[in-house]
Unconditional design. Structure first.
Length: 50
C-alpha cells in the first residue's frame, strides 16, 4: 500500500511541477489542460491511496 501512495504522490507532484512551468511560461492553454487532467485523475488517485 505504501507503494501505491508513493506512486500517487509522485504523479500529483509531476502534475504540479508541469503546472508551475506552464504558469512561468504564461501558457494559459497548457495550464487549463493540466488542471483538467488533474481534476480527472485526482479521484482515481484518492481511491488508489486508500
Amino acid at each position: 500500500m505504501k507503494t501505491t501512495s508513493r506512486r500517487c504522490s509522485l504523479q500529483i507532484d509531476d502534475y504540479l511541477d508541469l503546472l508551475n512551468l506552464a504558469i512561468q511560461l504564461g501558457d494559459v492553454k497548457w495550464q487549463k489542460e493540466i488542471t483538467r487532467k488533474m481534476e480527472m485523475t485526482l479521484p482515481t488517485l484518492e481511491t488508489a491511496a486508500q
